[in-house]
Design a binder for this molecule. Structure first.
Ligand SMILES: [Zn+2]
Length: 263
């Protein structure tokens, strides 16, 4: 049978062919990539042009990915959206399931192909839900890490998360965005809870003063999550304040620890 699938995987490279009269607009494939580097880089090509490079930064608990396998799923949708997920395993014929504590999966930041480039531009500074890295109503397992691509320098970086609503926590990014502070509900007066729509600016100022007594890292509710390479905002809360209550996953850069507020 002749395959008209637009997606091909060759070593660490994913090639998406341009649409033509023979290929269907949408396509899906699943398969296994043998990882040939300690820190593998997965390149995505549109035709001959490289359009995204995702660095799979290893966890410090599994620091050498060479010789391991990425069980991937790639889909190109009718609307030009490309979604890529993978599960890391030391076997090529099986992998752990998300309920296992050693489950290790990666979600590559979805993007649109060049014919819909304007849609990528509309996502600049937006949250992880709009960018397709989390889905409302579905919990992203803790073992899944997000590999994001900076809107500005185009370098990739990796985020780990917790669902702060279920954990009854609020989070704050430091001014330089290198640290993530968690505060338990009720631990500080007027702490906004997740999904709380109305945020009182005056109470927030008081709360942030309390946080500045705790640490001089400049923790603020509307601090953005910045790219660790060029420091430009990735989730730009300063300019998109309305998305802040709904971004209920607290993020930290891979292999860093969350900090916890104490009185
Ligand atoms: Zn950057």
């Amino acid at each position: 049978m002749i395959s008209f699938n637009r997606i091909r995987v060759i070593d660490h490279n994913i090639v998406i062919d341009k649409k033509n009269i023979f290929s269907k607009r949408s396509a899906n494939i699943k398969g296994v990539i043998e990882l040939k580097e300690t820190i593998p880089i997965i390149n995505v090509f549109e035709g001959k042009e490289i359009i995204r490079s995702y660095v799979i930064e290893p966890l410090s608990s599994n620091y050498d990915l060479k010789g391991q396998f990425l069980h991937f799923s790639i889909s190109v949708q009718e609307n030009d959206a490309v979604m890529i997920d993978g599960i890391i395993s030391n076997r090529n014929d099986s992998h752990l399931d998300w309920t296992d504590e050693n489950y290790e999966a990666v979600r590559f930041q979805p993007f649109f192909l060049k014919s819909s480039e304007y849609q990528n531009k509309q996502l600049i500074g937006k949250g992880l839900f709009e960018r397709g890295l989390h889905y409302p109503g579905t919990i992203t397992p803790g073992g899944v890490r997000n590999i994001c691509i900076c809107d500005f320098c185009k370098k990739s970086f990796t985020l780990q998360h917790i669902h702060s609503g279920f954990s009854e926590l609020q989070y704050f990014y430091s001014l330089n965005s290198q640290h993530s502070l968690l505060v338990k509900y009720g631990e500080i007066e007027n702490l906004p809870v997740q999904l709380q729509e109305s945020i009182d600016e005056k109470s927030l100022k008081e709360l942030e003063t309390t946080l500045s007594d705790f640490s001089n890292e400049g923790y603020r509710y509307y601090n953005s999550l910045n790219c660790p390479h060029c420091a430009k905002p990735f989730i730009n809360f300063e300019e998109n304040k309305h998305i802040r209550p709904g971004e209920y996953y607290a993020n930290k850069f891979i292999n860093k620890e969350f900090l916890h507020y104490t009185k």
